[in-house]
Design a protein around this ligand. Structure first.
Ligand SMILES: Nc1ncnc2c1ncn2[C@@H]1O[C@H](COP(=O)(O)OP(=O)(O)OP(=O)(O)O)[C@@H](O)[C@H]1O
Length: 211
């Protein structure tokens, strides 16, 4: 399992965010750091195939995110913190949408994650009625149940209660030890996990830029 980014360029309108960014990531946990606005969330979304690079390439085990977008996206998942603005869906319906996108997901695995995060009782609620922490737990439960090899998690511990944090820490450590999944997570604070790689956007040396 290897994630390879080469010469990545991306901009919002005229604002450049990445101007020739390259990195290779092995399985295990990568801690993506950087000051506010440096591009951490943007990079996670690019790595998830949710945003398209203007130039350069992103490939997972040789599967290119631009040339084989569907295959690429089947193996990756971006777990953000924002609440989806879909007031007409119940939690179960939102889960079903994702199960349709990732058909190889095991229902039992998902149930086990929802139970472990203690949110089985919110399944029939409207999605928009969930609290911040419940939203986070729902997205994390899904992320941990999907059969993906690349997990991109924005601020995984934000909004979680103590039990949720302890459970998530255990799950991420187990996955990191199995060395089958690349987990890239952002965190302003030390995530206190067995981190294999620290990727710091504040100190990244851009090609052609003298320090
Ligand atoms: N949809 C958008 N349109 C225009 N500019 C955007 C958009 N989303 C992000 N940006 C800009 O792109 C840059 C990178 O944003 P991003 O959210 O990736 O930063 P971040 O490192 O995750 O920040 P934070 O630590 O505050 O969460 C910022 O300058 C931001 O203002």
């Amino acid at each position: 399992m290897e994630l390879k980014v080469e010469g990545l360029r991306f901009h919002f309108d005229t604002r450049p965010v990445f101007a020739g960014f390259s990195v290779a990531l092995a399985p295990g946990i990568t801690w993506l750091r950087g000051a506010n606005g440096k591009g951490k969330t943007t990079l996670l979304k690019l790595l998830a195939g949710a945003l398209a690079p203007a130039a350069g390439s992103i490939a997972m085990n040789g599967v290119d995110s631009a040339r084989a977008p569907l295959a690429y996206r089947l193996s990756s998942f971006y777990c953000g913190g924002e609440s989806p603005d879909l007031p007409w869906l119940t939690v179960t319906e939102w889960i079903d949408l994702h199960l349709a996108l990732y058909p190889a997901t095991r229902g039992q695995a998902l149930k086990a994650q929802l139970a472990a995060f203690g949110i089985m009782d919110v399944l029939s609620q409207a999605l928009t009625t969930l609290s911040l922490g419940q939203h986070k737990k729902l997205q994390l439960a899904l992320a941990l149940a999907l059969p993906v090899t690349l997990l991109l998690i924005d601020e995984p511990f934000n909004g979680l209660d103590a039990a949720g944090m302890a459970y998530l820490r255990e799950e991420l450590e187990q996955r990191a030890a199995a060395r089958e999944t690349c987990i890239v997570l952002t965190s302003h604070l030390d995530p206190q996990l067995s981190v294999a790689c620290v990727l710091d956007l504040d100190t990244y040396v851009w090609p052609g830029v003298r320090t």
